[in-house]
Design a binder for this molecule. Structure first.
Ligand SMILES: C[C@@H]1N[C@@H](c2nc3ccccc3[nH]2)[C@H](O)[C@@H]1O
Length: 449
């Protein structure tokens, strides 16, 4: 391995209580809210085909006009208590809010930037009431912070001249000041979700990202910060030049999920997902495929089955309300989580062989393994192959009328669970009580006699 000064400083997952809490939460809510919600993907009758929060970079958008949108930011229908209630109903255990996206507009009245809510008709702090409302519901809050800041004259994508380096040095002081300010204003937050760290200026400054991460941890012990903040001294991101994960969890799964256990190497990880194909901020016209609640539920289940967290993104409108499709998804997921949440919270990779009908999720540290069935076989029988020396002690379903009869032993440690032929319109859950046993198959025979 290469001698690295600014690579990973820890091998293996964090084992402290803060990280165990994050790991048990499994379902998060991402909120992208800012000036980009005002145009909502359209400008002067033209539709922007990119992600709505990137509209400032669109050739049809005069940047000065975008920058002046702060004069219109006045979310008269913003009700953070309602936001927190609906997130709590959905079953989200943490929330990530954009304090400042790439456009540099701050949703808190920052001492270090004039470009904030303080200059808008709204005037007031947006972040504080949100943190309070979510915390009151028992939901942890993480602060999204973009390193890219198109509003800051000292920001640079790359350092080409000595003048660039002097300006960027000022910019790094500004970044550190804003992050310190956010921790001082909102001490109950559990971590930062960094973004906009792919440019050369940041990638080639691994020592700063390392020092910044350590500074923040000293300032606020226990903070959870993903791998996207970090670069090592050779410009490697997320994984250092020795292939070791930097930060507290793998934060690269954006609009995509790992397929199998081998893809995550036993690391903590988190997937963040849009409901449309690629819109984070509010976009009036959602084009392309819009994920159903069952699709989102299956992604959540898949994430938990692979030992990761799943965060669903919402983009409130400029007035502070949520679009119908997003409210529908929260309500449908809420219904499912109220019945099946026990399979998700505290869930992790069961270490069982994957089957076509769906996913296994182990309640961490126990012999309870949930089967979440997403694909009901026409045969009506679910194949369960237990690892060696594992016996099946009991089988129940979280809802009535799912299973018919007792499991049928079909081979060494292998069973068919027969389903009641009711058609299901959502994934359903079966709970397997297993036990480690030197004898194979000893479980169910006992139950049968
Ligand atoms: C979590 C997501 N990350 C930002 C983003 N910008 C990108 C530019 C290029 C490739 C990927 C990107 N993700 C998106 O705007 C959103 O905030």
């Amino acid at each position: 391995t290469l001698p690295l000064e600014h690579g990973a400083h820890r091998i293996g997952n964090r084992t402290d209580a803060d990280m165990a809490r994050w790991r048990s939460q499994r379902l998060g809510q991402f909120i992208h809210w800012g000036l980009y919600a005002i145009p909502g993907g359209e400008w002067k009758g033209k539709t922007y085909n990119g992600a709505a929060e990137w509209i400032r970079s669109w050739k049809e958008m005069p940047q000065q006009e975008y920058d002046n949108l702060y004069k219109q930011f006045n979310p008269v229908n913003y009700q953070p208590e309602e936001w927190a209630q609906q997130a709590n109903d959905m079953g989200a255990k943490y929330m990530i809010i954009t304090t400042k996206h790439h456009d540099g507009f701050c949703l808190w009245p920052s001492k270090y930037s004039k470009y904030s809510v303080a200059a808008s008709p709204w005037k007031k702090d947006i972040i504080g009431p949100m943190v309070d409302a979510y915390n009151k519901k028992g939901i942890d809050v993480y602060l999204y912070f973009s390193i890219i800041d198109w509003n800051q004259p000292d920001w640079r994508a790359a350092l080409k001249t000595p003048a660039d380096s002097i300006a960027y040095q000022r910019f790094k002081v500004f970044v550190k000041n804003q992050l310190t300010e956010l921790l001082q204003r909102y001490p109950t937050v559990k971590g930062f979700w960094f973004d906009g760290t792919w440019d050369d200026s940041w990638k080639n400054d691994g020592s700063f990202s390392d020092e910044l991460e350590q500074y923040l941890q000293r300032l606020h012990p226990g903070l959870i910060i993903g791998s996207r903040l970090r670069a090592d001294e050779k410009g490697a991101r997320h994984f250092d030049s020795n292939g070791r994960l930097m930060g507290d969890y793998e934060q690269g799964w954006e609009r995509k999920l790992p397929e199998k256990s081998a893809d995550v190497h036993g690391n903590d990880w988190e997937g963040v997902m849009t409901i449309p194909e690629n819109q984070w901020g509010y976009n009036a016209r959602w084009a392309g495929h819009i994920k159903s609640s069952n699709e989102l539920i299956e992604m959540l289940v898949k994430s938990a089955s692979l030992g990761g967290n799943f965060v669903i993104n919402f983009g409130p409108k400029s007035d502070g309300t949520f679009r119908t499709e997003e409210v529908q998804r929260m309500q449908e997921i809420s219904r499912w989580m109220k019945i099946n949440g026990s399979a998700i919270y505290g869930g992790t990779d069961a270490g069982f062989a994957k089957q076509d009908w769906g996913y296994y999720i182990r309640k961490s540290g126990t012999d309870s393994v949930y089967m979440v069935v997403c694909n009901v076989p026409v045969s009506g029988q679910l194949r369960v192959k237990l690892p060696a020396q594992t016996t099946l002690v009991n089988v129940t379903s979280l809802e009535k009328n799912i299973i018919s009869g007792t499991p049928e032993l079909i081979g060494k440690n292998e069973y068919f669970i027969h389903l009641d032929h009711k058609n299901q319109d959502a994934p359903f859950v079966i709970l397997l009580q297993t036990s480690k046993d030197s004898r194979d198959n000893s479980g169910f025979e006992k139950a049968k006699t």
